[in-house]
Ligand binder design. Structure first.
Ligand code: AMP
Ligand code: MG
Length: 495
């Protein structure tokens, strides 16, 4: 079944909630829009016909200049904890939920970022600049390619409209897709405003539309909390395994469905540095790479607190139940991480010493300033015989190549304990260790070219990043280590 935009049926579930949950607001037209890129993989989710993007009215819709019959544009209302402090009202300040469609049995909410001012724009302009839109567009599709839960990006549209940030830039829109854009902060707002009815309505909405099996649980709201705890643990374990730092893990950027949401000053690690801070404005490192597992739990405490009135009429019991649920987070995350590392290392069994093997590898990578992604990928190419060499591509990723040798010997011995077979192991490892990730310098090169009107690199990156475990030999250079200038790239929240 192939749709055009005009044959898609809208079924706007969030819009069926009352005005307490959003404000209706149309997108603001964007002058002289041009289509920069669309994601064929995201278009497939909607079962869109490939011709769709050749039609002139498609561009007008993706720019926010026209709406389709059945759309009910609105800005979602939410609050959130930003850098540890509660902010009573945030909301979609520059994104508009256009509507929700169903395709292949799945609902997709269409969220147009950069679509103009809303009642929640505060003192800002409701726009997104080209630079940050490229970063969100590519990262969304790259995460999906890695197999990590995320909101998706259908299209990237530019405009000559000028937008003032530190310097003058131009505007863009990204059409994001997700089953829902509801955040932890969507619940917090009603807890702090002491509106338990709205809290319950929202929880019922999420359960009914996103976790219908939970309705049969004895305590559906507790089950919702437990479910979100598990999905968040799984998500953050996946980030740690791939070396992704979100940058702004405020509770308004935490998806109730456990999706990676709101790509701002994020970064994928180059050299392995557990203390890496990707957001220039995060001076204390609250959202540093290795802080993410704990911050995930901190954010879940905020969510649990907001859900307390729904959990049990007796406050002490509600608190005890929430605490018991929260206690499952760390073991779950650790288990997911250990299993993920087992796959990255191509081990088919789990053994007692594996935790130390992994910890020592991470220490080695850190002290040797080795590139995280490249190290694992190169390791996947080594045969066990080559692990006895003193100079391999793996060694060359370390500042002092000889520092690698001892760990490689241990690894080789570990593989022997399970009679590991090289080709089989190598194939499996290559399915768990991406060759291509969205390094900051690649995103920056794509941005610099796009600002000169050349979108070729965006589309080349999209192709390798949506299938990052394959070789794509003709695009080998996109797997290159960062050039020296890359360490000077600064990413901040202002986008
Ligand atoms: P973020 O850090 O991008 O998740 O944004 C935090 C809050 O600020 C959200 O409520 C955004 O909608 C709002 N916001 C960020 N940038 C803009 C902008 N340019 N115009 C209006 N609101 C914005
Ligand atoms: Mg946000």
């Amino acid at each position: 079944m192939h749709h055009s935009l005009h044959t898609l049926a809208f079924d706007n579930r969030y819009a069926q909630l009352t005005g307490d949950f959003y404000t209706q607001v149309p997108p603001t037209p964007l002058p002289d829009p041009y289509l920069i890129s669309y994601s064929p993989a995201a278009a497939d989710l909607l079962e869109l016909h490939p011709d769709t993007f050749d039609q002139p009215d498609t561009l007008q819709i993706l720019a926010g200049n026209q709406t389709l019959p059945g759309m009910q544009p609105l800005a979602m209302r939410y609050a959130g904890h930003q850098f540890g402090h509660y902010v009573p009202q945030l909301g979609d300040g520059r994104a508009i939920l256009l509507g929700e469609t169903r395709a292949a049995g799945q609902h997709w909410a269409w969220h147009l970022k950069g679509a103009g001012m809303t009642p929640y724009s505060r003192h800002a302009d409701g726009r997104a600049v080209l630079r940050s839109s490229i970063r969100e567009y590519l990262a969304s599709e790259a995460m999906a390619g890695l197999g990590i839960p995320t909101t998706r990006a259908l299209s990237l549209v530019g405009s000559p409209q000028s937008v003032q940030r530190e310097q003058s830039e131009t505007a863009a829109t990204v059409l994001r897709l997700a089953p829902s854009f509801i955040r932890f902060g969507s619940f917090e707002i009603f807890y702090y405003q002491q509106q338990p009815q709205h809290l319950q309505t929202l929880a019922d909405h999420v359960i009914q539309h996103h976790h219908p099996t939970l309705t049969t649980q004895p305590q559906p709201y507790l089950a919702l909390l437990q479910h979100t705890i598990q999905r968040t643990a799984d998500l953050i374990a996946a980030w740690q395994l791939v070396g992704f730092a979100h940058g702004v893990l405020n509770t308004d950027n935490m998806s109730i469905l456990g999706l990676t949401l709101d790509y701002g000053p994020y970064g994928f690690l180059d050299q392995y540095d557990p203390n890496h801070i990707c957001n220039h404005t995060d001076q204390t490192g609250r959202y540093a790479f290795n802080a993410q597992p704990d911050i995930g739990l901190w954010n879940l405490y905020c969510l649990a607190q907001a859900l307390l009135p729904l959990l049990h009429p007796e406050p002490n019991t509600a608190t005890e139940q929430a605490q018991a649920a929260l206690q499952t987070y760390q073991p779950r995350l650790q288990h997911r991480y250990a299993t993920g590392m087992q796959h990255k290392l191509g081990l088919s069994t789990q053994q007692a010493d594996d935790t130390t093997l992994v910890a020592d590898l991470l220490t080695l990578l850190h002290t040797q300033q080795a590139d995280y992604t490249a190290f694992f990928r190169q390791l996947s190419y080594l045969t066990s015989a080559q692990m006895q060499d003193v100079d391999t591509p793996v060694h060359r990723l370390c500042r002092e190549p000889e520092a690698c040798t001892a760990w490689l010997t241990r690894y080789r011995q570990r593989l022997q304990t399970e009679h590991s077979e090289d080709t089989h192991r190598q194939t499996r490892m290559q399915q768990h260790n991406p060759k291509y990730i969205l390094r900051n310098y690649l995103a920056q090169q794509a941005i610099d070219a796009a600002e000169q009107g050349d979108y070729n690199l965006i589309n080349r990156l999209l192709t390798v990043l949506t299938d990052p475990y394959a070789e794509h030999l003709a695009e080998d250079t996109l797997a290159d280590l960062p050039p020296a200038w890359a360490s000077g790239i600064i990413v901040s929240c202002s986008s």
